[in-house]
Design a protein around this ligand. Sequence first.
Ligand code: NAD
Length: 264
Amino acid sequence: MDLGLTGKVALITAASKGIGKACATSLAAEGAHIVIASRNPEVLEQTAQEIRHISNSAVSALPTDLRRPEEIAALVTKVLDEFGGIDILVNNAGGPPVGKFEALSEKQWQDAFDLTLLSAVRLIRSVLPSMKLRQGGRIIHIVSSSVKQPIEGLLLSNALRPGVVGLAKTLSLELAPYQITVNNVCPGRILTDRLLQGPGVQGKIAQGLTEEEALQELTKDIPLKRIGRPEDLGNLVAFLASQRAGYITGTTIQVDGGLIQSIF
Ligand code: NAD
């Protein structure tokens, strides 16, 4: 199936590794020109090199801290200068810290709000004029299964990510007249540094299990009996970003091997 992505311009944030990198790789493999952003310039450039090796697409790496509004504005300005517009925004960010309510400080709440919700608002605000000029666009948020089923110990994610989903649903209505679609993708348990360093794996290691044994434990309640791969997300994001997905908007789709128990 031709996804119609050749020559489209995609900005993927938090893309030096993990899910963001997989989304960038899938989009580049389908012929989109991509811009990846995250904080560490060396790691980001290394990722860009890897993606250049497997695609014929232009790949730009622009170091950005998504908690800083001025860096988001500068990022989008550079993309517009280099490529003349933006067709696809994959709104990904690092996960907020773990912690239960009484352990979380005011600053942690504010940082998580900036990173999880406000970075999405700021990115969308910056790319929207270009998408409107191009009479179409795709905005895809990477959220979490926590928007459908709260995860123990991840209060900040459980509290703030539903805000991203509310934002996306509302924007899917406001932006429909411009043929701009807005959707959310929810990772379940995906094999990245975030999973390996998170409470699920680390809690089991603290009980004496090896990393491999901890991952096996985390596989047991996944109906498809495996931990997800970043490319499982990348494949869906490439489709949602494509011309083929032009009638899909306002949805929240989990990629979790069947883990979430709710009907919706
Ligand atoms: P990861 O740790 O592998 O990668 C995180 C990326 O975010 C890196 O590129 C990092 O440089 C970047 N980043 C972090 N803080 C940043 C900042 N302030 N500015 C710019 N870039 C920043 O994590 P991942 O597993 O790929 O997670 C991606 C998103 O998906 C996160 O929000 C995470 O919470 C969410 N998620 C992941 C899983 C999972 O199982 N891996 C499950 C549910 C939700």
